[in-house]
Design a protein around this ligand. Structure first.
Ligand SMILES: *[C@@H]1O[C@H](CO)[C@@H](O)[C@H](O)[C@H]1NC(C)=O
Ligand SMILES: *[C@@H]1O[C@H](CO)[C@@H](O)[C@H](O)[C@H]1NC(C)=O
Ligand SMILES: *[C@@H]1O[C@H](CO)[C@@H](O)[C@H](O)[C@H]1NC(C)=O
Ligand SMILES: *[C@@H]1O[C@H](CO)[C@@H](O)[C@H](O)[C@H]1NC(C)=O
Ligand SMILES: *[C@@H]1O[C@H](CO)[C@@H](O)[C@H](O)[C@H]1NC(C)=O
Ligand SMILES: *[C@@H]1O[C@H](CO)[C@@H](O)[C@H](O)[C@H]1NC(C)=O
Length: 721
């Protein structure tokens, strides 16, 4: 797999603020060059694979272009070389274990990318998790969809008690001590495992480490690299053999441990016998393991230092790799300052790390070879389907990293409501503005690429006073994949799925809420009790065409600026001219004078902004890009028998912005509109099957489009005959 120049370039040159882009470019080239040289033999095999794939996909493409003119379905099977799954081959599964509790996934992502980038073998990750990190881990791996990667989560929340008694001052707290529990937590069927810290960068294939298990003697069951600092030479430290060992990378032969020693006794004994005179561990698990080894040097297998080059300021890292950074296999960011190190070659190392922060995770989805006989990679496409681009967009799995930033909102009652929305990076300013007027919890799905993540973090932390102080915003990242359509409904579902209040307010990011809307909605929910009565609350939507004017903050101010009748105000019902059906059913005439909530009838194409219980149905992901994405949702609510109640004193105001690319596509492309009509018909048919209801949602124009679609398909069939 090769770093696509396109990705590197777009990361570098779109972000001049990163500073010294030229330096980074050089570093990336150096890494790339080094990587090329070091893997030349591997590349030779890989290149063959790539070439075969290329040839096959080219012939497949040719086949497609023939097929797309006909009504025949084409099934394209890529023939990837099969390699038997035996010890020592690239098909042997490598087991990797990590403690990932608390805010871990954000920290380990660059490491995972670097590890996966260099690997060839199938990998099985064993994550020791707690409740919240488990959900994040599962979502990420299920949506990343990496070939030959498995994962298992072990919830160790209840086992923390087994290490809590060990006094410890290490900065990673109690989580590091959990490493002592691996032999109990991991299943007895797991024989060997490589245990990793969260702060490593891999520059080589982890299979080299895995191969070392075979070189251990019968007594050796723990493989470690020496600590490169003189830490343990100081007499007041925990006992250690020589300089001691670093546990950032640890080969554990669980099978031998279980068979040969009483592990629990070993480490309890090591802790207790040293606590008398040492009071506490300062390096957590590492102190304990060093004490065990001091007593039993025969247990340890020495790994050479390139496999754990330690960046902490006092280390003698350069003694290990000398003058040649090409000798480095793994970088260990073990200084408390993490990536802000000040040692020789620091910039070089930091740039490698940064290149993995920016690395496009989708590149890792490529399959290199096939292990075992069981799986066949098949792609089935109906090339006579006019909506092929919509189908493709619906099928692709989008890597999703939920709760990327800290979210600590837990003070929730039965009336609480989360604002739910989705946005792309160019709408970040809207989010910031909106948050000023919404004090409550918020769930935002953000569509971006890997190299925009640093930008997002720095926008939230360093640029925005509003966002940096808030801990009740859930940021859920959805990573871009080549798709012509903006996956709007997938994004909405991600935001909707990840709320912890009973109610949600389904909104768009380009609106501004009236003052105090959050409290207002809470009171309305308390009063109306929508869940019990299967009601959803409509928040009236208005718009202003003026860029500069600040939107009205309360109802009297809004009414004073409302246009219509004789007054020429700058505020009007939302899309009253372009798309009146969208909000007409709210009955703005009535709203102006209303003082009590009133129920309205659903009408076709009605797409109000709603407050509803979070058990509401999900959005239909066959609609992506522009058109019917929100209406389909309210139609489903209607089919389920929800009633719509308009709140007389709540509103949001839309402010102008440039139209999205998908709207432009919609306006320009007749195919797009035909396809939308087809999808709509399909959706209504599904609805009918599901709920036994029919609504008159199909317009005359829709029937014309559907007719056109039929004749298009017929013509295609004729042409190909
Ligand atoms: C294992 O031992 C063999 C023979 O001594 C040696 O050739 C090989 O390099 C060793 N492998 C590793 C990973 O240390
Ligand atoms: C080794 O000692 C240093 C103290 O200088 C400490 O910071 C580090 O965590 C220890 N372990 C290492 C480098 O693995
Ligand atoms: C491993 O390294 C330590 C410390 O340098 C040394 O004392 C020990 O003898 C080595 N063990 C083996 C098996 O080489
Ligand atoms: C392929 O699409 C065409 C046109 O939409 C449809 O008539 C046909 O049934 C589809 N074939 C399959 C196998 O889904
Ligand atoms: C809107 O409300 C007004 C005043 O209550 C009522 O007369 C009118 O029929 C309503 N319009 C619709 C479309 O329901
Ligand atoms: C569907 O609804 C119709 C009337 O609305 C009813 O006659 C029919 O029995 C229903 N079918 C099912 C399967 O419930």
């Amino acid at each position: 797999m090769i770093l696509k120049p396109k990705n590197v370039l777009s990361c570098l040159f779109l972000r001049p603020w990163l500073g010294v882009p030229f330096g980074i470019w050089i570093a990336v080239s150096v890494v790339y060059y080094w990587w090329l040289i070091s893997r030349i033999s591997v590349l030779e095999t890989q290149n063959k694979v790539f070439k075969t794939q290329l040839r096959l996909s080219q012939s497949a493409l040719r086949q497609m272009s023939i097929d797309s003119a006909g009504v025949v379905d084409s099934a394209t099977t890529y023939k990837i070389p099969v390699i038997p799954d035996a010890v020592g081959t690239v098909c042997e599964t490598i087991h990797v274990a990590l403690v990932c509790m608390g805010k871990c996934m954000r920290l380990i992502t660059p490491m995972l990318k670097s590890l996966l980038h260099h690997r060839q073998n199938p990998i099985h990750f064993h994550f020791i998790v707690d409740g919240s990190s488990q959900h994040i881990t599962e979502t990420l791996f299920d949506t990343w969809d990496l070939p030959d990667v498995k994962y298992t989560c072990y919830n160790a929340q209840n086992q923390l008690i087994q290490v809590r008694w060990v006094p410890n001052t290490h900065y990673s707290g109690i989580y590091a001590l959990v490493k002592l529990l691996f032999p109990n937590i991991l299943p007895s069927t797991l024989k060997q495992v490589i245990v990793l810290d969260s702060d490593l960068t891999f520059l080589f294939d982890i299979a080299e480490l895995w191969a070392m298990f075979r070189n251990m003697t019968n007594d050796q069951f723990i493989g470690l690299v020496e600590n490169e600092s003189d830490w343990y030479y100081d007499g007041k430290k925990w006992p250690a053999l020589g300089r001691g060992y670093n546990t950032g990378i640890m080969l554990l032969d669980l099978h031998k441990i279980r068979a040969n020693v009483d592990w629990k006794y070993l480490w309890h004994d090591a802790v207790k016998s040293n606590l008398n005179h040492l009071k506490q561990t300062t390096l957590a698990d590492q102190d304990v393991i060093n004490a065990i080894i001091k007593k039993n040097p025969e247990f340890v297998y020495n790994i050479s230092c390139q496999y754990n080059v330690q960046m902490s300021t006092k280390t003698l890292a350069k003694n290990c790799y000398g003058e040649d950074t090409n000798n480095i296999k793994v970088i260990h960011w073990n200084s408390p300052g993490k990536y802000n190190i000040r040692i020789r070659d620091a910039d070089f190392f930091r740039n490698i790390h940064q290149s993995y922060v920016n690395f496009d995770g989708n590149l890792l989805k490529e399959k290199l070879h096939k292990c075992g006989q069981s799986e066949i990679v098949t792609y089935k496409m109906n090339h006579s389907d006019l909506c092929i681009s919509f189908r493709a967009a619906q099928r692709v799995k989008l890597r999703t990293h939920i709760y990327y930033m800290d979210y600590t909102y837990t003070n929730i009652d039965n009336f609480d409501v989360t604002l739910v929305l989705q946005l792309s990076m160019d709408r970040l300013q809207f989010l910031e503005r909106l948050v000023k007027y919404w004090e409550g919890p918020l769930s935002a799905a953000i569509y971006l690429s890997d190299c925009e993540v640093t930008k997002l973090e720095s926008f939230i932390r360093d640029w925005s006073d509003t966002l940096s102080t808030r801990r009740n915003i859930g940021y859920h990242l959805v990573f871009k994949h080549d798709s012509v359509h903006y996956p709007v409904n997938y994004l909405r579902n991600v935001a909707l799925d990840n709320v912890n209040t009973p109610y949600v307010f389904l909104m768009d990011a380009d609106f501004v809420p009236m003052a105090g809307l959050y409290d207002h909605l809470r009171s309305a929910i308390k009063l109306i009790n929508p869940y019990a009565q299967k009601k959803c609350l409509v928040v009236a939507a208005f718009e202003t065409q003026r860029y500069r004017a600040s939107p009205p903050r309360n109802k009297p101010a809004l009414l004073a600026r409302l246009s219509g009748g004789h007054s020429a105000g700058d505020v009007a019902p939302f899309r009253a001219r372009e798309w009146p059906k969208g909000h007409r059913a709210t009955n703005y005439t009535k709203w102006v004078t209303a003082t009590a909530p009133y129920e309205v009838e659903w009408q076709s194409d009605y797409e109000p902004y709603l407050v509803v219980h979070r058990s509401v149905p999900k959005y239909d992901t066959r609609f992506s890009g522009f058109g019917w994405n929100k209406v389909s949702h309210s139609v489903e609510l209607r089919a389920q028998g929800y009633r719509a109640v308009v709140l007389p004193d709540a509103f949001v105001v839309h402010t102008p912005h440039a139209p999205s690319p998908d709207i432009t596509a919609f306006r320009a492309n007749p195919h797009y509109r035909i396809c939308l009509a087809l999808l709509k018909q399909e959706f209504m048919d599904d609805l009918k099957r599901k709920y036994n209801v029919t609504f008159d949602e199909q317009t005359k124009q829709d029937s014309i489009y559907v007719g056109q679609a039929k004749s298009l398909i017929l013509n295609q069939a004729k042409d190909s005959n």
